[in-house]
Design a protein around this ligand. Sequence first.
Ligand SMILES: [Zn+2]
Length: 294
Amino acid sequence: MSSLRTRLAPSPTGHLHLGHVLHIMYVQGIAANLGADIVLRIEDHDQSRCRPEFEASICEDLAWLGVTAPKGLWRQSHRDDVYRKHLEDLMRRHLIYACSCSRKDVQSSIGQHSGELTYPGTCRGRPIPLNQEETCLRLVIPDESFSLVDCMKGPISQNPAHQCGDVVVRDRLKQWTYQFAVVIDDLDQGINLIIRGEDLLSSTGRQLAMRKLIKPDAPVPIFVHHPLIANPAGQKLSKRILSESLKSYSRTSLGADELRGFVANLAGLTPDASPIKLDRLPELFRGIGEKTST
Ligand SMILES: [Zn+2]
């Protein structure tokens, strides 16, 4: 088995909640089964929403849940120069242009007013200076389908040019976007096992497209998109339950094992809410990704 590396990438824009606990359990269990290292990455690219107190709280909760990241901690806010270097490289290759369209402009040009909008490329040929105020920067996405076999979802195929169009890499406030920062971080950190919630499934194709443009010879990572916590009718749990901060559990008599048991049961992974010790996680997620990684 080649050396696998995955990441846990919390964003310090709030406290961890039960949805995060489920995600952390998947990462710990699958990484243990596959012998993968875990890298801890603080996704603080959006400085307007990040707070040091959230980061401190997240680190405390991660330690409480037994997260150890032997490959250390990375921080997006320290990587501005790296993102800039990649942007300049893409600019030299004429793959970046400035876009002055608002969401409303895009809505009216494609006649769609809700859901994900496919940017129609309106500004691609416009001579807008790259550093003009009130504009974002977009990366030209080729018309190409990206296919892979997700370890939990099976075969998926997405054509990001039709799904979202040219991707924003730097927003109107001159901040790097999540998609751009994450793709570069995954490449630089050698992440070859991406474990994340199924709500992010739709962004897989665009990340693969960006990855190919930024580093054409990079191999495609193994993907695991896991289910989210849902009620028996399959609906996502209410925001109120999900957003309950871990602090409200860790400060009561509920221990980390009890919380894992509670969350596993909520997610339908176990028939009851019996406590789950850290060393039982591999057993809970046995089989996921094992064929792909050997
Ligand atoms: Zn535009």
